[in-house]
Design a binder for this molecule. Structure first.
Ligand code: NAD
Length: 480
């Protein structure tokens, strides 16, 4: 489990890897708890250099023919697929996810480059006649400017490419700051984009374990016109307040508290297969992870037993071990947080059918856990768990399920299992979330608009909508 020798560890500024001015910080392997390597810690002067590079590259990149931008994105997609195994192994090393999950993520992440290579050449405008008939209204789209991209650790490749691809397709240049737990994948992606022909300065990557001071300085810089953030709702709220100072254009992909509803007419084997995807992909460390299982009372016992059997059968191990189905959590803090929520819920009356106790080290492991009889207001039902814990709550009927599902400030993803499609669609309309898996345990798709309602976010990534986040509309009032 050693780091491939060629893995970059410097900041990527103006097309080159350089040392940071503020020393370095360690990156751990969560499967062992040991240090993998150290990467450069960017200082405020490095940030200035990165913003200057992005700003200097902006005019030319924005004026590049859409087809040329498209071809570079397409080549990036192809290189990612070619280097899929190397990327998957690296992500598994620094984040702990199983190789199966990592390979799936590389394919998903690469697909954003292919999708937005196809969108880069379809940026449109419009021509309308003013209702009074006095003039024409001509609209066209322009890139917003230099974009600051902030990403979480749970999908080190996909959360970056979901922003990079539309930003570059639109003609923006960027400064990307990956999460401190998983900076290596972003640095490798920068190398890969350079290999695909991306001009120097268009993408810059700054790494740090002190994100607050760097991001505050970046948001105060008048050259930054766009903030796209994926992470927790708490940090997102802070950044929205900071962005308000200069009225920076913002997109926010935040946390969830996703309900997984199983109705009495559901195909239970199908529902369990979907639950395994919705809950256990990435070890439960996904914003789209099913957080609460709301199961109609007549099927709650059978569903719980089947889910516990499936979750209990997972092979636990190091992410990079080919046999592993459930890897470690990202760090020790994550394990402590999950254990505290489970303990709170058990103290409130829930029963751990399987799991329920953090594993001894080395590495940051938490076992697959199924909780039954979970009180509706306990910690696991209220807060995002971000781990392999499935709390099951019994609900009376559709109205009860909907009321409970919507009784939260979060609104990212919801899942509904029923064999009655009309019933499922009626509930889908009333579920207060941005994305719904109806008889499906997975919603992420580069061709679909990804995003949340309420405090789960602002804006959409992917789909036709994703590129809009990086474009402004201008209009000319004219006549001829
Ligand atoms: P986080 O909010 O701690 O960190 C996200 C990013 O913000 C990281 O790059 C981090 O370095 C940076 N950051 C942290 N504190 C900051 C500060 N004070 N100022 C500026 N930047 C700061 O989130 P995380 O733990 O990395 O990720 C998990 C969270 O992300 C979960 O809540 C999850 O639901 C959410 N998430 C959402 C989506 C989505 O698409 N909606 C996708 C993945 C993860």
């Amino acid at each position: 489990m050693t780091l491939p020798a060629a893995t970059p560890t410097g900041l990527f500024i103006d097309g080159k890897f350089v040392d940071g001015s503020s020393g370095s910080f360690d990156v751990l392997n969560p499967s062992t708890g040991e240090r993998l390597t150290s990467v450069a810690r960017a200082g405020l002067d490095d940030l200035q250099l990165a913003i200057t590079a992005a700003d200097s590259a902006f005019a030319d990149w924005a004026a590049t023919a859409p087809r040329e931008r498209s071809e570079i994105l397409r080549r990036t997609f192809e290189l990612m697929i070619e280097r899929r195994e190397d990327l998957a192994y690296l992500m598994s090393l620094e984040m702990g996810k199983s190789l199966t999950d990592a390979r799936g993520e590389v394919a998903y992440a690469a697909e954003f480059f292919r999708w937005f290579s196809e969108e880069a050449v379809r940026i449109d405008g419009a021509l309308r006649m003013a209702p009074a008939g006095t003039n024409r209204i001509l609209t066209f789209r322009k890139p917003v400017g230099v974009a600051l991209l902030l990403t979480p650790w749970n999908f080190p490749a996909a959360m970056a490419t979901r922003k990079l691809a539309p930003a570059l397709a639109a003609g923006c240049t960027v400064v990307l700051k990956p999460a401190e737990d998983t900076p290596l994948t972003a640095l490798v992606l920068a190398q890969l984009m350079a290999d695909a022909g991306l001009p120097a300065g268009v993408v810059n990557v700054v790494t740090t374990d002190r994100p607050g001071e760097l991001v505050t300085a970046a948001l105060a810089d008048t050259r930054i016109r766009k903030l796209s953030f994926t992470g927790s709702t708490g940090v997102g709220r802070t950044l929205l307040a900071q962005a308000a100072e200069r009225v920076v254009n913002t997109s926010m992909e935040l946390g969830g508290n996703d309900p997984f509803i199983v109705l009495d007419d559901a195909d239970l084997d199908d529902a369990v297969a979907g639950a395994m995807l919705a809950k256990m992909r990435n070890g439960g460390q996904a914003c789209t992870a099913a957080n609460r299982f709301l199961v109609q009372e007549s099927v709650v016992e059978e569903f719980g037993a089947k889910l516990a059997a499936a979750m209990g059968a997972l092979r636990v191990g190091a992410g990079t071990d080919e046999q592993t189905q459930l890897g470690p959590m990202v760090n020790a803090r994550a394990v402590t947080g999950i254990a505290a929520k489970v303990a709170d819920s058990v103290a409130a009356g829930a029963t751990a059918v399987i799991g329920g106790e953090a594993a001894e080290g080395p590495g940051f492991f938490y076992p697959a856990t199924v909780l039954t009889g979970v009180p509706r207001d306990s910690a696991v039902a209220r807060d995002e768990i971000f781990g392999p814990v499935a709390p099951i709550i019994s609900v009376r009927d559709d109205e009860d399920a909907l009321a409970l599902a919507n009784d939260t400030e979060m609104g990212l993803t919801g899942y509904i299992y029923t064999t009655n499609l009309a019933r499922g669609l009626r509930m889908s309309e009333r579920l207060e979330v941005g994305m719904i898996g109806l008889n499906r345990g997975i919603v992420s798709d580069p061709a679909a608009p990804f995003g949340g309602l309420k405090q789960s976010g602002l804006g959409r990534e992917g789909g036709y909508e994703g590129i809009d986040e990086y474009l402004e509309t201008k209009y000319v009032s004219t006549n001829w």
